[in-house]
Write a protein that binds this ligand. Structure first.
Ligand code: ZN
Length: 190
């Protein structure tokens, strides 16, 4: 399929993906993601393909025309509809969208474009975001379980801590229960 892909002498392929759709899908359009996208150190090259896979056209989008804002190349992951991730690139001439099968792929492409244009390697913040999301989800699941327990009258004992009003010592116990401060004998309800 490379016969017609002409690279400049100092141009190198960085990424290449198949099953790409060009542009934001129009309503009711059948999502024919059959194009190919090539990222070189100079350009995005869209290889438009026909129904039978034959190459119809090569379209070059020079990276030198990608907008840079706050030191970041304007290449982001978006959504064409509720399902389809896109790589949205803002050129001086306007925005171009490429539909991807997988959001992670689109993100890798956005990171690569940014790296080529700004020299900045992508931060691995995505992994942390994933961890945070997972923890939040685990938390909300735990919260739901407690609600179910409470509804069934098998409320879970919850640890609590406080400051003894008598002597100021840190004390701990179970929420809703009364203890006697081990230091000064004052009764305290958490
Ligand atoms: Zn005390």
């Amino acid at each position: 399929m490379d016969e017609g892909l002409k690279l400049n002498p100092d141009e190198a392929v960085v990424r290449r993906s198949e099953k790409i759709g060009y542009g934001r899908k129009k309503p009711f359009e059948i999502p024919g993601n059959r194009d190919e996208l090539v990222l070189t150190n100079q350009s995005l090259i869209l290889i438009k393909k026909g129904l039978l896979g034959g190459v119809k056209d090569y379209v070059r989008f020079p990276l030198s025309e990608v907008m840079i804002a706050n030191g970041e190349a304007q290449a982001h992951v978006g959504k064409a509809d509720f399902m389809t991730p896109t790589l949205d690139v803002y050129f001086q001439s306007g925005q171009e969208s490429f539909r991807f099968e997988w959001e992670n792929d689109a993100r890798d492409w956005a990171d690569s474009i940014n790296e080529i244009l700004t020299g900045k390697a992508p931060e691995k913040k995505d992994d942390m975001a994933w961890v945070a999301e997972t923890l939040a989800m685990a938390d909300s699941v735990a919260g739901s379980i407690n609600k179910v327990r409470n509804a069934l009258g098998i409320g879970q004992e919850e640890e609590a801590s406080g400051i003894c009003p008598g002597c100021g010592a840190s004390i701990s116990g179970i929420r809703g229960k009364t203890i006697q401060c081990p230091y000064c004998g004052t009764y305290y309800t958490f």
